[in-house]
Design a protein around this ligand. Structure first.
Ligand code: CP3
Length: 358
């Protein structure tokens, strides 16, 4: 049975979403599925909206952002919506100007201790100072979403945000400016990660208050530093963030991208779900992490190979990874040129597993 966000709320008879049940470690009639970056990118409806509005206009207007958040659920049998926003959305609260071209570009990158220490203390920001448009989007979406669909909030991990703020933009060379800062001034590097940790913690707690059922922390650039530097300079901040969210009752999905060398260490971190990219064997992750849930992890490029290849690869993933505690997803964001039939094939493989078993 498929639930559409446009259907009336099912009220007392509704069952909590498959995703939320899987997050709590409960057995579900089938595996829940959603895909990273499902809200923009490959949808023709999104591209039509982009002919009329810039990305900035879409993400700043809660009515439009709520509409974009719901678009993928109108077309596909996903089990969750992910809020249409950007990892840069909380950054204006720190007073740092940036633009999108098409990725984030920061006019004055934070290159030294003086720039880092001039940033405000996130704990002293007013309530509502951190991305109020995102919270309003979530209130609108939650009111329109069927209870059988989960609403996910998200934020960038402290290191991933710092990578953009110090480099000034995306980097094919592995963000050398932040790696240099870690050596030039490790104390300032630590103060920057500390401030971003406070910002992200407040932001994610406020998202859950606004209606998000769980949050994903995107550590898209988790693997920039050497493993011992990560343990020394980065891990303590990630632990602070996850523990604070846990104390606030926030359900946490930690996505670690392009850092297979860190995955065994991330298994120990306090999060309900650990999500990895396609480079890491998800069955191996399941063995390393027998109790928490795991999420992933088809290579998004497989979908470019077409629906048959996608169906076969999804079936192979389901055969390798036990169903209990597996949230089906890609190993990174869905690519813009993805054929829609491939998304359908992925979801058909997930839904047919339950039908075949019944
Ligand atoms: O499902 C969704 O798309 C939800 C919303 C979402 C966006 N960005 C919208 C967006 C999410 C979850 C993000 C996360 C994000 N943004 C990450 C982490 C995830 C990852 O991919 O690793 C990162 C690193 C960014 C930074 C960013 N923003 C980049 C590199 C770009 C360039 C283009 C792109 O699509 O990647 C953006 C702009 C951006 N963010 C767009 C969208 C829909 C494209 C804007 C447009 O329509 O031109």
């Amino acid at each position: 049975m498929t639930s559409r966000p446009t259907s009336p709320r099912a009220g007392a008879a509704s069952s909590p979403s498959l995703l939320l049940r899987a997050l709590r470690g409960e057995a579900t009639p089938r595996r829940p599925a959603w895909v990273m970056r499902q809200a923009g990118r490959c949808l023709p409806e999104y591209r039509r909206l982009r002919e009329r509005y810039s990305f900035e206009e879409l993400r700043r207007d809660p009515q439009l952002a709520a509409e974009v958040t719901l678009l993928p659920l109108r077309r596909f049998r996903y089990d969750a919506a992910i809020t249409f926003a950007d990892i840069m959305s909380p950054i204006p609260a720190l007073g740092i100007p940036f633009r999108f071209a098409p990725g984030p570009v920061i006019e004055q990158p934070l290159r030294d201790a003086a720039a880092i220490d001039a940033l405000p203390d996130p704990d002293r920001l007013d309530d509502g100072a951190i991305a109020p448009e995102v919270l309003e989007t979530q209130r609108l979406v939650r009111a329109r979403l069927d209870d059988s669909n989960a609403l996910l909030g998200f934020a960038g991990a402290p290191l991933t945000l710092a990578a953009y703020l110090v480099e000034g933009q995306g980097s094919r060379a592995g963000f050398p400016a932040i790696r240099a800062l870690a050596h030039a001034d490790p104390a300032a590097f630590g103060r920057l990660l500390g401030k971003l940790t406070r910002l992200v913690a407040r932001y994610l707690v406020s998202q859950v208050r606004a209606g998000a059922d769980a949050v994903q922390i995107f550590d898209s650039w988790a693997g920039l530093l050497a493993v011992d530097e990560w343990h020394r300079l980065v891990r303590p901040h990630l632990v602070d963030l996850l523990e604070e969210l846990g104390r606030a009752g926030v359900v946490r999905i930690l996505f670690v991208h392009d850092a297979p060398q860190l995955v065994p260490a991330c298994v120990e971190l306090p999060a309900e779900v650990l999500a990895v990219d396609w480079r890491f064997d998800l069955a191996e992750l399941r063995r390393l992490r027998p109790h928490g849930a795991v999420q992933g992890n088809l290579d998004p490029a497989i979908l470019l190979a077409g629906p048959e290849a996608t169906f076969a690869a999804t079936k192979a993933l389901l055969a390798r990874v036990p169903a209990l505690g597996h949230i089906v997803n890609l190993g990174h964001g869905v690519l813009p040129q993805t054929p829609l039939e491939s998304v359908d094939a992925l979801l058909e493989a997930v839904h047919s597993e339950a039908r075949d078993a019944a």
